[in-house]
Design a protein around this ligand. Sequence first.
Ligand code: TZP
Ligand code: MG
Length: 486
Amino acid sequence: MQPVVWTIAGFDPSAGAGVIADSHTLTTLHCRSQAIITAITAQNGKEVTHCEAVSCELLEAQFNALRMLGWPEVIKIGLLPNAQIVNCVSELLQHFTGCIVYDPVMTSSSGFELMTSETIRVLKEKLLPRIHLLTPNIEEAQILTDQKINNAADMILVGKALCHMGTKQVILKGGHRIGPLVQDLWTDANKSYWLSSERIVKGKTHGTGCVFSSSLAAFIAKEYEVDDAFVLAKMMVTQSIQHAHMYDDVTFAKVLHWPPSASFLPWLTLSAEDAHQRKPFPPCETKIGFYPIVDSALWVKKAIDWQVKSIQLRLKNNLDGLWSEIQQAAAYAQDSNIQLFINDHWELAIENKAYGVHLGQEDLTHCDISALQATNIRLGISTHSYAELARAHALQPSYIAFGPIYPTKSKPMRFLAQGIQNLQRWRELVSGQLVAIGGITLNNLPEILACDVDGVSLISAFTKANNPEETCQQFLGYFQYGQEHV
Ligand code: TZP
Ligand code: MG
């Protein structure tokens, strides 16, 4: 069943923005779109000549008509043309418990003022405390907070100030700033992060705010976490700018298909500056291929003897013997051509000159990435969601791992099994080496390989096999080494 999303917004006859653009975006993203019109405008992207609010009675009548059909999963709000409409919408939504995304449309892209100061006053008092996700651009955020934004630090201050007005989370869009990147900030006042993408120079594009906020609403309605919905919505809007079309000097955002191409994947960083300093990690010499995960140097030795090309030493329990196990494994690896990755312990990996280090998302926060980059060490990163993929993308690692593809007993997982379809999706988004992990066995290996992955990582199917050497030969038989694409 497609989730229902309401858009409560204005009517733009050119269809570039407002309910038509919202509805088109929602439908493209396989949601059922229903609309409540707040105002009829006369505009064409170049100029707005009229903006006439509907009466509160008419607004309420539209609301009542839709309520007969039930509540939607998510509500997206756009233009609220006057204080009465703001009051009315706030009251009508009092009992709605789902997520409300509000794109505070204040001026049109052509510069027409769509909100008076009285409307803004009522908005702050009545509506903002009900909003889960506010998506202002720079100008709108400045007006709402009465603070100036000159740089990334100001964006954080203003984002937090907006949260303090009652909205739970804010995505402050940086598209109207200048510079080689478009950097959008997410914050809930306690934490923040940035999504960056290369700027596409098209001049002002009509309708981008609607495409972005409707995409967000759609992905949230489809039960994505807000962080993932943000990544996906940014991809949708970047695609709509890339493919924007011109009519009589006006550029219109063009909502295309889902999913957008991998080139629109943004990168996620904790600071705005980090997004500018992306330096790729060295690639692996050999395709990762069969990539068992083991918990001792002795297993590494056996794997070398059996001609395994890539291996991960993952020590979660034997912390006493940590140093000696890593040193021993690294010594074995150096005498062979195996690509040995050390899980978690990046400092010991560097110290012992391991080939690579494998980190989970939590480890990234504690790791000194520039210390890794100062060496020639390879980096592999685990990913389970679009936001994690965007974070890995910022670091351009030597490979990206994705899983669990199937249920696994070897690690307690916060994430459900991802399945083959998501693995295919990851393959489209990851241009470097992609490693599948989680519940992989000789039985399901063919369907994993059909997704064109570069490596398969596994624990139990190897270390718990009745005859690990024979199992190892069977796995290795599926990979052709020496014709690497890396
Ligand atoms: N990360 C995602 S799934 C997993 C890890 C470490 C465990 C894989 O083990 P198995 O036994 O191959 O399912
Ligand atoms: Mg870890």
